[in-house]
Design a protein around this ligand. Structure first.
Ligand SMILES: *[C@@H]1O[C@H](CO)[C@@H](O)[C@H](O)[C@H]1NC(C)=O
Ligand SMILES: *[C@@H]1O[C@H](CO)[C@@H](O)[C@H](O)[C@H]1NC(C)=O
Ligand SMILES: *[C@@H]1O[C@H](CO)[C@@H](O)[C@H](O)[C@H]1NC(C)=O
Ligand SMILES: *[C@@H]1O[C@H](CO)[C@@H](O)[C@H](O)[C@H]1NC(C)=O
Ligand SMILES: *[C@@H]1O[C@H](CO)[C@@H](O)[C@H](O)[C@H]1NC(C)=O
Ligand SMILES: *[C@@H]1O[C@H](CO)[C@@H](O)[C@H](O)[C@H]1NC(C)=O
Ligand SMILES: *[C@@H]1O[C@H](CO)[C@@H](O)[C@H](O)[C@H]1NC(C)=O
Ligand SMILES: *[C@@H]1O[C@H](CO)[C@@H](O)[C@H](O)[C@H]1NC(C)=O
Ligand SMILES: *[C@@H]1O[C@H](CO)[C@@H](O)[C@H](O)[C@H]1NC(C)=O
Length: 811
């Protein structure tokens, strides 16, 4: 008898409960551990209690994350107090949660449809659909994705369907114990250019900054975290929304938490914990909406400060100095809509709030005209999604970014424009004079060096100098290609063949008639270099043969055209791999280690083993090419030597190198040695280990760059946390830590503390863990300020946009 009732129970249980992803109207889901599990086992739906609470809720959580993480809650404002709840779908298509004892319904979806089924999809979307409808049509009677709580997962949207009036927005939980509607909301505002606004109650706390077609203006970080997720933004006449996609092996979520922080969080399976990779509103300037008042610009140098843009002064100077900045700034010369008014350009900003889209205007020039022709228009900007954005009234909540940001044109009185031009002229004149001085200094320094050195040298002063005594012309195997061949090979330098752009010119892919693939570096014109000099340099480069250096096949010289022909590397450069990782495409530790060792060997050859001592001067991830077997090959070595003049127009610094990789002694004092390459190498090692760029590195807790972050982790005795989240395969901790230590030794502040490349190689392979402890690194923060006002230039190091900057340098 007992056996029979057990059988009956089982029968009843299996018949009425669900072990699958789908429920029909005659089934129920009870609070006895019964759940719906999506077909691919990535999401689960069932009853749960939040931390430190005994209330019962229906929620959806990640099935494959051990720590229960709820992404959606149905009855968040109406919990059940005990486990007598059931979930079911009525035959009319309504989902209900009710107390099975009292029959009271605590939540329902209020949906209506015939022959409905309830299904938890692989995306985590709980849907009610018609049993007979096409499974792939994507049309649902009801879906949980239309009612976000505090979390967005891929496939969910933040925005509005303008046709149906449905808004998708986030609402924070009240507290960790209580998922009911909290004070914070994060909602797309599409009055002007779309932006997302965080409110506490009705008070605006933060706005993302407008969408410019690439990213939210206020969130340059979003763009830098590619590989983890891809932001999607749709803005057309029926839809405006933000969403994101991720690699299918990544688990991440975008959350508005109870204290109003907006974060993108990724599950790190290696550590077994969630890790926030972006906090959108961690910055004081962001999180204090309009803190600098009308026209005030908020920026962070050592601390958060407000400044008035050029042409503006504090409205209330006394308060301003006392850091009471809410009154903002006023124009020194008020606008009165007279002729002659114009615009000044300000770069690197978060565009002000309350923009207006002029949809009739197509081009930037017209936009300027449209704004100028309306007396109440005070500023305009051009973005990718809309050609013309204009502002009326006070400009509010502007922030200056240290990197990234957008361009705003602010209207000025005629006299302000004049003074700008005069100042610019003086500024350029001064820069020209100081450049000339620098040139003189370097030339004389160089001449002195030449007299005292027997090493290979090249003539800045005397192009007729011959170097054959040093390099020996006897065994030259340098191929001279003619222009016709190169043009044919590269399809007449067609854009489709362009594969890169370096500091010295564009790079094209080509194919010789023999079928050999080549890379053609077309040096920018006016190198100001004699033919003989150029040839000598090329010969010098061609003599450097090593498996970790890119092979130079020859060159092409035609009138002013100078081209270098290299072997073609099918795998492109290292940066494409390490900074663009997703789990599927990530490089294993073994490969990374091999790459590090290969680069070290190539560099050692340049420094010591070749007949000429070469300092690379611009070692960086994009200068490391990878062959078919992913062997690293250093490129652009010796090229710096062929260029004396600065080719980049804006740049007056004359520093060869790339910010983020240059050693402090070089940037500051222009001192340059093999130890400068060692510094760059150290940066590269940390980048390879972490998969992050040194420059532009972002961490919510501090303003350090990657080097600083690595140093911090090292001191906190958790260096392993630096390791790329996406790295696959086994990674022997001791070897990883050794690499990090070597990287940190290489980036030490004092050049004399850094190891030579030969010691680096020894250390990389030493099984003896007794490496010296690294000392403080150089340049562990890279938050340079990009000033666009000529009036303030010179106070801060200039950071031109160009990747590579060039310093006049001889050895
Ligand atoms: C539940 O309903 C479905 C469709 O309405 C039907 O196919 C199934 O047999 C029913 N199951 C039970 C146990 O009644
Ligand atoms: C857990 O809940 C109890 C009762 O609601 C409360 O008194 C206690 O402070 C909570 N614990 C924490 C750590 O919040
Ligand atoms: C569960 O809660 C409901 C409503 O609060 C109540 O009617 C019912 O008696 C409770 N059941 C148990 C077993 O406590
Ligand atoms: C939809 O999928 C379900 C379960 O996967 C299947 O039973 C049903 O036949 C499908 N319906 C159609 C119209 O393909
Ligand atoms: C707007 O974009 C959405 C999503 O991509 C698309 O479904 C819709 O058809 C688009 N509407 C128009 C008018 O282009
Ligand atoms: C990820 O997606 C790709 C392409 O859609 C597919 O080939 C691959 O099998 C997927 N991987 C997993 C783990 O689902
Ligand atoms: C919100 O997130 C931050 C950062 O992860 C955390 O420090 C804070 O405690 C969270 N707030 C709440 C209420 O959970
Ligand atoms: C939009 O631009 C057009 C064309 O320049 C102009 O005629 C119109 O006044 C502008 N609208 C507003 C509101 O400024
Ligand atoms: C200027 O723009 C404002 C605000 O859109 C509008 O009301 C006004 O008519 C415009 N003036 C002119 C002359 O176009």
């Amino acid at each position: 008898m007992e056996f029979l009732s057990f059988m009956l129970f089982c029968f009843f249980f299996f018949n009425s409960s669900v072990a699958l992803d789908t429920m029909t109207p005659n089934q129920t889901l009870r609070d006895h551990g019964e759940t719906l599990v999506s077909n691919d086992k990535s999401f689960e739906l069932g009853f749960f209690s939040p931390w430190n609470s005994s209330n019962r809720y229906i929620g959806i959580w990640f099935k494959n994350v051990p720590e229960q993480t709820v992404v959606w809650v149905a009855n968040k404002n109406n919990p059940l107090t005990n486990s007598s709840g059931v979930l079911r779908i009525t035959s009319c298509g309504n989902i209900v949660i009710q107390n099975s004892e009292s029959g009271i319904i605590v939540w329902s979806s209020n949906s209506l449809g015939t022959s409905p089924v309830l299904q938890l999809l692989n995306t985590g979307n709980l849907v009610v659909k018609d049993r007979w409808s096409d499974n792939n049509s994507g049309s649902f009677i009801w879906q949980s994705f239309d009612y976000p709580c505090d979390t967005i997962i891929p496939g969910m949207k933040l925005g509005s369907n303008l046709a149906t009036g449905l808004d998708w927005y986030l609402t924070a939980w009240k507290s960790t114990q209580d998922p009911s509607t909290g004070e914070f909301t994060y909602k797309v505002d599409h009055q002007g250019l779309p932006q997302v606004v965080l409110r506490k109650g009705s008070e605006v706390k933060f706005r993302s900054g407008p969408w410019d077609g690439v990213r939210f203006g206020g969130s340059p970080e979003i763009k830098t975290i590619n590989g983890v997720f891809k932001p999607i933004f749709v803005f057309n006449s029926t839809h405006v929304y933000y969403s994101f996609e991720e690699d299918n092996s990544t688990v991440s979520r975008f959350v508005l938490n109870q204290s109003g922080l907006i974060q993108h969080i990724v599950w790190n399976p290696r550590v077994g914990a969630w890790k926030d990779i972006i906090t959108l509103n961690s910055h004081e300037c962001d999180n204090n909406y309009d803190m600098c008042g009308p026209y005030g610009i908020c920026k962070l140098v050592d601390q958060t400060t407000c400044e008035c843009p050029f042409g503006f002064t504090p409205r209330s100077p006394q308060d301003w100095n006392a850091r009471q900045t809410s009154a903002g700034c006023v124009a020194r010369k008020p606008l009165n809509c007279r002729a002659g008014e114009g615009f000044r350009k300000f770069k690197g900003l978060k565009l002000p709030d309350a923009s207006y889209l002029n949809r009739t205007v197509a081009s930037p020039a017209e936009c300027e005209k449209a704004c100028l022709s309306n007396c109440s228009c005070v500023a305009y900007a051009n973005t990718d999604v809309s050609a013309c954005v204009i502002w009326f009234g006070d400009l509010k909540d502007i922030r200056r970014y240290n990197e990234g940001g957008q361009v705003l044109h602010i209207r000025m009185a005629a006299s302000e424009l004049d003074s700008k031009n005069k100042k610019t002229l003086v500024f350029h004149l001064m820069m020209a004079i100081s450049s000339a001085l620098l040139l003189g200094l370097v030339v004389s320094w160089y001449v002195v060096r030449r007299r005292t050195s027997r090493r290979i040298a090249f003539g800045v002063d005397n192009p007729n100098q011959s170097f054959s005594r040093d390099i020996g012309e006897e065994d030259l195997e340098l191929h001279l290609f003619d222009l016709v061949t190169i043009k044919a090979a590269t399809n007449n330098f067609s854009l489709a063949n362009k594969i890169g752009q370096g500091g010295f010119g564009l790079v094209y892919k080509g194919e010789l008639p023999t079928g050999q693939e080549i890379a053609v570096k077309r040096l920018s014109e006016d190198s100001g270099q004699g033919l003989k000099e150029f040839k000598n340099e090329v010969i010098l480069i061609a003599k450097l043969q090593h498996r970790n250096l890119v092979g130079l096949l020859g060159c092409c010289i035609h009138e002013e055209e100078r081209m270098l022909i290299y072997e073609y590397m099918p795998n492109k450069s290292l940066d494409k791999f390490i900074f663009n990782q997703t789990r599927g495409t990530s490089i294993t530790w073994q490969k990374r280690f091999d790459i590090i060792v290969g680069i070290a060997r190539g560099l050692l050859y340049l420094h010591q083993d070749s007949r000429l001592r070469i300092i690379h001067g611009d070692l960086k991830a994009s200068n490391i090419l990878l062959d078919n077997d992913m062997n690293p090959k250093i490129s652009d070595f010796g090229l710096a030597r062929t260029f004396r003049n600065d080719q980049t127009e804006v740049n007056t610094n004359r520093v060869i190198g790339t910010y983020g990789y240059m050693s402090p002694e070089y940037v500051i004092d222009g001192l340059y040695s093999t130890k400068s390459d060692v510094f760059s190498f150290g940066v590269l090692v940390l980048e390879i280990v972490s998969g992050k760029r040194n420059r532009g590195f972002y961490h919510p807790d501090h303003d350090l760059n990657l080097v600083g972050h690595a140093w911090k982790l090292w001191n906190e005795e958790r260096p392993i946390d630096l390791v790329d989240v996406f790295m696959e395969g086994p990674s022997p901790n001791s070897q990883v830590v050794r690499c990090i230590q070597v990287g940190l030794l290489c980036v030490q502040l004092r050049p004399e503390d850094r190891p030579s490349m030969s010691s680096v190689l020894l250390m990389l392979f030493s099984e003896n863990p007794m490496l010296p402890p690294p000392k403080q690194p150089g340049f562990y923060t890279d938050r340079y300020i990009v000033e666009t006002d000529s009036s303030s230039a010179g106070k801060q190091p200039c950071t031109p946009n160009e990747v590579t900057v060039t310093r006049l340098q001889g050895r």
